[in-house]
Design a protein. Sequence first.
Length: 200
Amino acid sequence: MGLTYSYDIYLRPQNVAGALVALTELAAPDPDVPPLHVTLPGGNRLALPFTSNFGSAPVDCSAGGTFELDTSLMFGLDDAVRAYADRSGCAPGADGRLQVGYIYATVRLTSVRHPGYASMEFWAATSGMSRLFERSATVRETFTGLAAAAGGVCCLFDLGDGSPGEVCWLTGETLRAPIGGPRFPDVDTLVAAWPDPGAG
């Protein structure tokens, strides 16, 4: 079984629409992919440049729930991204960014960690991509930047092996703090540091 590392962003449910709009700004352009229409609670309807389970049928989450996205995202170059490009035989675009995909995104309108928050979990599709997630400062900055742009409360790096992971962004603070370390001895301690999801 290969590595399945991910970046997980936690945010207030009302911020999911804005997070998806911000995500589209990272999307690799593909004129052959028709827009995916997603309906969120409150009737907010978005057209996204992705597929869901490799199809473009409309996704209705107006009553809540979970949905999947298949994304291809653009990342700026650093040594780890260049090495990944060399191994995969891909070339950066004219804008100096590299297209990386598929990155599978699971959007939970009620997160597993806290029922008052939603989550967006971005899973690497291959072991090579997982290593890129781990080694690239640019990839990490992209996901923590998405958390910030979306009004997120937390971004975790998840090894996908059942371990609790590492906190890499928390309410505006960039850090590298393993869950199980002195600052966050367990997940409950981390979640207790999140603000009241009904505030703000």
